[in-house]
Design a protein around this ligand. Structure first.
Ligand SMILES: Cc1cc2nc3c(=O)[nH]c(=O)nc-3n(C[C@H](O)[C@H](O)[C@H](O)COP(=O)(O)O)c2cc1C
Length: 165
């Protein structure tokens, strides 16, 4: 196994859901970034963080604290729209593997600064949807009603990497 533990940073629960599924599949312990039972400094970990405005939340702190062996970024964008190499570069990951996992969107659980940040996106999407833009219409559905795209299948590349000797 390439990591001794899984550390995650989740705001509305989708990243936590992936961390729990990985823990169940591998037997590795999983815990939140700020939990008292977090692994000791320097432990090799797999880090999972949610994406906000193109930045993997919690990653900077994790890189300074643990030996981050690989990273999973969890967002709501379709995987086809995500430039993983670019995200790895802007996240200063060096040669660490980066996996993108599609999480979901839970409007009722988005709070504080994140809610404020979503307001202009919500308004511009609403405007574009009202003008008949089908992509904006689909996004509006997600922003209003929420969606959960978490799936076991998306974890297969992560599991394959973790289980390499
Ligand atoms: C303010 C804000 C900004 C976001 N920015 C991005 C983004 O840049 N890329 C993306 O794919 N998803 C983005 N999302 C969607 C979240 O990453 C997505 O809902 C994710 O599943 C949340 O994970 P969590 O439930 O573990 O917090 C954003 C969400 C919010 C509220």
């Amino acid at each position: 196994m390439r990591a001794d533990a899984i550390v995650h940073h989740s705001s509305t629960g989708f990243t936590r859901q992936y961390a729990k599924m990985l823990s169940q599949a591998t037997g590795l312990p999983a815990c939140p970034l700020d939990a008292p039972e977090a692994p000791l400094r320097g432990t090799p970990v797999l880090f999972l963080g949610w994406l906000r405005a193109g930045t993997i939340q919690g990653l900077k702190g994790a890189l300074g604290r643990w030996q981050v062996a690989a990273v999973c970024a969890v967002g709501m964008a379709s995987p086809a729209e995500v430039d993983v190499s670019r995200l790895a570069r802007s996240s200063h990951l060096g040669d660490r593997p980066l996996f993108y996992l599609r999480g979901g969107y839970a409007p009722d659980r988005v709070k504080g600064l994140s809610k404020i940040m979503m307001t202009p996106i919500f308004l511009s999407t609403k405007h574009a949807a009202a003008k008949g833009d089908p992509k904006a219409g689909a996004l509006m559905e997600v922003l209003v009603h929420g969606v959960n795209w978490v799936s076991r299948e998306q974890l297969q590349p992560v599991l394959d990497w973790l289980e390499q000797p």
